[in-house]
Design a protein around this ligand. Structure first.
Ligand SMILES: NC(=O)c1ccc[n+]([C@@H]2O[C@H](COP(=O)([O-])OP(=O)(O)OC[C@H]3O[C@@H](n4cnc5c(N)ncnc54)[C@H](OP(=O)(O)O)[C@@H]3O)[C@@H](O)[C@H]2O)c1
Length: 342
């Protein structure tokens, strides 16, 4: 099985590094410039665990650039498994660049934080029954590895390789009616199971196969943690520890948890239950910078439309007020604009 990695930042390099010891891996780079940069680094990914001083390099990757023209010259075959590790707002554009090489025999693995990428992807790239004849199988994942990009193609693995509560949780996105023309349901699950099994066979990826309902609950709970901590960390430019000790921040987090408990009816939970999960995360990762804080420091646009933005849109659909989520979304967008993030 050949794996393609679309998005070679920290999550992509971490996954590519571990897969490469066992499988053929192709990195799909964003630009010619990124390709030249990778060549300068001898086509190697550098990996370091937070608890170790030495770093390890691994090479032997195939590469290509995520642009239609170049791909069509170089690639004749279908892509088997594509692991999409871009930020949520780049998923559709990135997958569009490789769409000619995706068929229903391909499998996409989506590992983004936040919610809404699967629907956006299908609505944009495979909108009708004709297109859906070639819709790839889709696996969604919760990524509970923590990784940081220290330099291009260099990743530091903070946590996630051993603790059973961390690592990857993967499930096949249900085979649904709108994709009925992809008619062999059994083949769909055989295909996705084989891919998840291959991930699970690599100990350092620390992958658990779960059913869709289990994954959905995990995604929702992670979403609430991200709704509570990410926007505030970006606005205040703070790590988690000081925020959870700040009574004004705690009041805002409780308000976010209340709105999420009301909007996310599927997980049937309470404000207090959600608050405990957020508080636990904030204390456990008290010195960590959320990805949103890191994006703000690097003047990059954040994933907020898929985090608080998702809750705001769902709340509108369900006619439930979510003013604190809306406020944090607006404030973070104001901050992105103020620092000219791009
Ligand atoms: N890092 C973690 O610890 C962690 C944990 C849990 C979940 N996640 C989730 O995983 C996802 C990725 O996070 P990350 O930290 O790895 O982000 P990242 O370091 O910013 O990496 C994203 C990569 O995608 C590339 N990219 C963007 N658009 C592209 C396109 N059109 N074609 C090809 N490549 C493209 C970017 O290129 P450039 O280098 O040119 O920007 C970058 O290399 C996010 O949704 C995040 O929330 C991350």
């Amino acid at each position: 099985m050949r794996f393609y990695i679309l998005g070679t930042g920290s999550a992509g390099c971490n996954t590519a590094f571990h897969l490469r010891s066992h499988h053929e891996v192709t990195l799909i780079l964003r630009s010619q410039r990124a390709l030249q940069d990778f060549h300068k680094r001898k086509n190697e990914i550098t990996y370091q665990r937070a608890n170790q001083t030495n770093s390890i390099k691994i090479g032997g990757f195939d590469t290509m650039v995520a642009s239609h023209q170049i791909l069509s010259n170089n690639l004749k075959n279908t892509m088997d498994v594509v692991i999409v590790t871009t930020k949520a707002q780049h998923v559709t554009e990135a997958v569009a660049s490789i769409k000619p090489y995706l068929t229903r025999f391909s499998t996409l693995i989506l590992l983004q934080n936040g919610m809404g990428v699967v629907k956006e992807l299908i609505d944009s790239l495979w909108p009708g029954p004709e297109e859906q004849k070639n819709l790839p199988a889709i696996i969604r994942g919760v990524n509970n590895h923590a990784t940081i990009r220290t330099k291009p193609f260099s990743v530091q693995h903070i946590t996630g390789w051993d603790n059973p509560n961390y690592g990857y949780f993967l499930a096949a996105v249900p085979f649904i009616g709108t994709r009925s023309l992809f008619h062999d349901e059994r083949q769909y699950y055989e295909q996705t199971n084989a891919v998840i099994q291959t991930f699970s066979d690599i100990p350092d990826l620390n992958t658990k196969k779960v059913d869709w309902q289990d994954l959905y609950e995990r995604m929702m709970r992670k979403l609430v943690v991200n709704c509570s901590l990410n926007a505030l960390s970006g606005i205040l430019e703070s790590t988690n520890g000081p925020m959870i000790e700040n009574p004004y921040v705690v009041q805002l987090i409780r308000s976010i948890c209340k709105e999420c408990a009301e909007v996310l009816i599927e997980i049937n939970t309470t404000t207090e239950d959600l608050y405990k999960v957020v508080e636990h995360t904030a204390y456990t990762a008290s010195t960590s910078k959320t990805s949103t804080f890191q994006d703000i420091l690097a003047k990059r646009l954040t994933e907020m439309e898929y985090i608080n933005g998702y809750i705001v849109r769902l709340a509108k659909e369900r006619n439930i007020p979510a003013p604190t989520n809306q406020l944090l979304l607006n404030l973070l967008h104001a901050k992105e604009h103020h620092i000219q993030a791009s």
